[in-house]
Each structure stands twice: as C-alpha cells, then as structure tokens.
Design a protein around this ligand. Structure first.
Ligand code: C2E
Ligand code: CA
Ligand code: CA
Length: 510
C-alpha cells in the first residue's frame, strides 16, 4: 500500500512539474507571438503615419487660406502619395472646409482645433459611412491640415488571433474586426506596446478564452506526453526503486531469461583423485559474469514460490550442458541436484527429475540432495516422493547433515542412499590434535545405516587424509576443486580423461 502511495506521489510530482513546464513554455511562446504581432502592427502604423506626415507637411502653410480649385488639386496630388491615404483636408475651427475628396464636414469632440499634432480614431467619416478611419492632424492656431487613413492595412496585421491585438489612441481602440470601440475605464490582462514616434499604442490581450483554447490546442499533446511520462515514472518507481517486491520480479525475469545457470563442483574419489561425480550449484549470471550466489536468491525463490520454475530452468541447462559431455564421464557418474523441500515446490519437480534421469539413462546417476531451510519435520509426502524417485532409478542424499534442520530424525524417516557431511564438521579437523569425536560418530552412524558418506568442504590435505583413513573416499571441497562453469567443467573433464589427475591451478575456479 505504502509502495503504491509513494509511486502515485512520484507520478503526481512528475505530472505537476511537467505541466508547469509545458504551461510556462506555451505562455512564453504566446508572449513571443504577441510581441511579434505588436511589432508588425506598430511598424505598419509608423510607416503609414510617416507617409501621411510627408504628404501633409507641404500643405500646412495653406491651412486657413481660401479653398481654390488649385488648392484642391494640390491636396489631391499629395493624397496620391500613398494608396492608404483616403483624403487630405484643410480645416478651420471645427470644420473641414477644403478636401481632396471635395467633401466638407464638421469635426466633433474629441477633436481640438489647432492642436499641433493629434491622432484619433473615428468610427466613420463622410462620404463612407461605417468605414473607420485613423485621423492624423497637424495644426497651427485655429487651422490645420489633416489626413484620413484607411485602417485596413493595420487590421490585416492583427490577425494573430481574434480579439487579442488592437491599436489604441486617445480613448478609442481599433480592433481586428475593423471596428472602433471606446476603451473601458479599467482593462485587465492587457499588455501595452508604445510607439516612440506617434501618439498611439498597440495592445495585446492575454488569457482570454480564445488564448486558453489555443494554449490547449497546441499544448494538449504535451500534456498527454507529460501524463505518460508520469505514469512511466510511477511504474518504474514502484517496480525498481522500492526494495522488497522488486527483487522477486527481477528474479522471475532472470529465470525467464535463462540467467540462473548451473555451476559444477566435482566430487572426487580421494583414493585416486579421479572424478566420481559433481554437484550442481545454481548461480545468477548476467552479462557473462556471476552477479549473485544461491545464498541470496534461493531463499528469495523459496519465499516467492519460484523454486519450481528456477529448478526446472536449471535442470534444462544441466541437460544441455551434460549430454554432450556424457561420453567423457565415467560410467555411473554421480550428478548431485539440490532439492529444497521447505515448501511445496518440490512436489512439482518430481516428474522433471524422473524425466531427466530417463534422458541420462544408466550412464549418469542423479542424486537428489534434500536440503531443508525451515524447522519442520519432513512431511510424509517427501518420503513418498523420494521413494518413487528411487524406484525410477534416482538416488537420494541427505544434505547438510548435522546442521540446521537436517537431523537424526530424518535419517530414520527418509529413504536415503548418501549422507553429505556438512563442512562445519570437516572444519573441526584442523591438525593431528583436533577433536574428532563428531566426525567419527557421523561416519559411524552412516555406516550403521548403510549410507555412503560424502564429505563437504574439504580444504586441506590433512582433512582429506583423515577422512580417507576413515573410509570417506568421496570428497568435495577446495582441496580438490571449486565450483566450475560448464565450460570450465568441460575443460576439466578433457584434461582428466587422459591423466586421471586433477590439477587445481590449471582449472579456472570461482
Ligand atoms: P550446499 O548444497 O551445502 O553446497 C555446498 C556449498 O559449499 C556450495 O556453496 C559450495 O560452493 C560450497 N563449498 C564447496 N567446497 C567448499 C570448501 O572447500 N569450503 C567452503 N567454505 N565452501 C565450499 P554455494 O554454491 O554458495 O551453495 C550454497 C547453498 O545453496 C548450497 O549448499 C545449497 O544448499 C544451495 N543451493 C545451491 N544451488 C542450489 C539449487 O540449485 N537448488 C537448491 N534448492 N539449493 C541450492
Ligand atoms: Ca548440496
Ligand atoms: Ca551441504
């Protein structure tokens, strides 16, 4: 539960951080677009007004003078300098009295007669109703010259997104739909861009509905991506960062990928030094090297019901390793396979073991090494299963005798052939003066019960010699050989085939 909560929190965090980043990026890119739009509108307006001023300036001295045909012709002549200048007019007081359009009309508030330079927007002007114009006037005393300019070229550059950009002068604004409206007294969410040359500004409105819609339009896939990223992050977190349930997942994967491989530790006949058999020891190998030993993953497999698939995969590898080597092995070669009977998993393996023995035939003798890792008396099914295995030609060894949970009770209740004396007992044999009572009595009991002893953990010549003198000629341990990979084991067999000698230094060991 805790694990899921942590994973969910991680996913949420990734999503929040991702979303903030996406929104920030989108906002910045919208700001950038807004600034580009404003710059375009402004440069257009500045150009238009500059042209208008150049057209008007030569006419300024005529303001207030009588409107002659010649003067009208001059007005028209100057108007033609730009196609966006609709008309050039002379005014006196509140009235246009002479015009290139030949119209005369009154000028209403907020027009200020004679103001040196003024700019404002009119919703319409005669003779074209409902066509807004930008009015630009240069005045002197009561009279002056003015140009009426088409707003069309400005509006064309406001197409970034509807209702978002506009041009303001005085109390009025020109909108992208070519309408002139009165500015509201308080207007939030607006960015202003001021012209340095003329008395107007351009504005962009942020975060209105259409902008948010656009944000969503362009950003939605980023949000989806952020969501996916968050889910992946949460999943990875739950899978690999958090300790306990993660490892079984990896072990299951390792089994599936064939990373649990057999190593082989030869069992040697100490009388001759010849190979008598080998014990299969599981290793977790990845990328060509051993990454974990059985002490790490066997308990994990037992606790997670993975012993059956693990052993099955291991036995499949044993078959493919040993079959090609079978002709090099002495007849009746003894192949020890560990079987954990702590849980119920061993039941599932009965048939696998029988099949393997059948494949090997008489040449190779499988010896099932029964180990226990829990303090439970051997269940009756274990004895039954071992009995059936023996009937099918397999042999049984009691592993780790005398330690942990494998004890005397097992000796009488289980059908056995071998007794593996644990290395803790072998270790008690240090030198001539060592106490040998424990080792001696184990050997004694085995003899009385008709079991063959295999000594484990034989490390020194003294131990080997002492055990041999007591009739324990089957020995396993570093005095003889470490556990070998299948390649090393094959190499070892090829050498010993000719010499029947072992040479530890020549074989690469673990
Ligand atoms: P085990 O069955 O008693 O295996 C013998 C262990 O003693 C092996 O350790 C071996 O490498 C080590 N050994 C051999 N010679 C010497 C020596 O001279 N000195 C010392 N100090 N140690 C020696 P390993 O391979 O780490 O295996 C540990 C245990 O893991 C095994 O104990 C066995 O109980 C279990 N195990 C290994 N493979 C399997 C498997 O495939 N299935 C099951 N159920 N258990 C396995
Ligand atoms: Ca064993
Ligand atoms: Ca053992």
């Amino acid at each position: 539960m805790m694990r899921i909560l942590i994973a969910a929190a991680v996913a949420l965090l990734i999503f929040l951080v991702g979303s903030v980043a996406v929104v920030m990026y989108m906002t910045l890119s919208l700001r950038d677009q807004a600034s580009q739009t404003a710059t375009q509108v402004m440069s257009r307006a500045d150009r238009l007004l500059t042209h208008a001023r150049e057209a008007m300036e030569p006419l300024a001295p005529h303001a207030g003078r009588p409107c002659t045909t010649e003067l009208q012709r001059q007005l028209e002549h100057q108007r033609l300098r730009s196609s966006y200048i609709q008309g050039i007019h002379l005014y006196q007081g509140n009235r246009v009295y002479c015009s290139s359009t030949l119209e005369t009309f009154p000028l209403a508030d907020p027009f200020i007669p004679g103001a040196r330079e003024q700019l404002y927007l009119l919703p319409e002007i005669p003779p074209q109703p409902e066509t807004p114009v930008l009015l630009y006037a240069l005045g002197r005393r009561e009279a002056g010259v003015m140009a009426t300019l088409s707003t069309a070229p400005l509006v064309r550059h406001m197409t970034w997104h509807e209702g978002i950009a506009g041009l303001q002068t005085g109390t009025r604004a020109l909108l992208p739909d070519n309408r002139v409206m009165r500015l509201p007294s308080a207007w939030g969410g607006v960015t202003w861009w001021y012209s340095g040359l003329f008395d107007y500004s351009v504005f962009t409105r942020e975060f209105n509905r259409s902008e948010i819609a656009q944000l969503w339009q362009t950003g939605k896939w980023w949000f989806v991506l952020t969501g996916l990223l968050a889910l992946t992050g949460g999943w990875l977190c739950q899978r690999s960062l958090l300790a306990p349930p993660v490892f079984p997942v990896r072990l299951r994967e390792a089994i599936r990928k064939g990373e649990i491989v057999p190593y082989y530790q030869p069992v040697v006949d100490a009388r001759t030094g010849a190979v008598y058999g080998a014990e299969v020891l599981a290793r977790w190998a990845s990328g060509g090297r051993v990454v974990a030993g059985p002490d790490v993953f066997i308990p994990l497999a037992e606790a997670n019901g993975l012993m059956a698939p693990l052993t099955r995969a291991l036995l499949a590898r044993v078959l493919s390793d040993i079959e090609p080597l079978a002709f090099r092995l002495p007849a009746g070669f003894h192949l020890g396979v560990n079987l954990s009977v702590a849980g119920d998993d061993a039941r599932e393996l009965e048939w696998d073991l029988i099949k393997l023995q059948a494949r090997f035939g008489r040449r190779i003798q499988i010896v099932v090494e029964v180990t226990e890792s829990a303090p439970v008396a051997p269940a009756s099914w274990i004895a039954g299963m071992l009995q059936r295995l023996r009937l099918e030609g397999l042999r049984v060894a009691l592993d780790d005798f005398g330690t942990g949970y494998a004890n005397l009770a097992h000796l009488v209740r289980l059908p056995l052939d071998f007794l593996k004396m644990d290395r803790v007992f072998t270790r008690t044999l240090q030198d001539e003066g060592s106490e040998t009572a424990l080792v001696d009595s184990i050997i004694d009991i085995a003899g009385k019960l008709g079991l063959t002893v295999i000594a484990e953990g034989v490390e020194t010549p003294y131990q080997a010699g002492y055990l041999l003198a007591k009739g324990v000629n089957l020995q396993q341990g570093h005095r003889w050989l470490h556990s070998l990979s299948s390649r090393e084991f094959a190499r070892y067999l090829i050498r010993t085939e000719f010499s029947h000698q072992w040479n530890m230094t020549e074989i690469i060991s673990d």
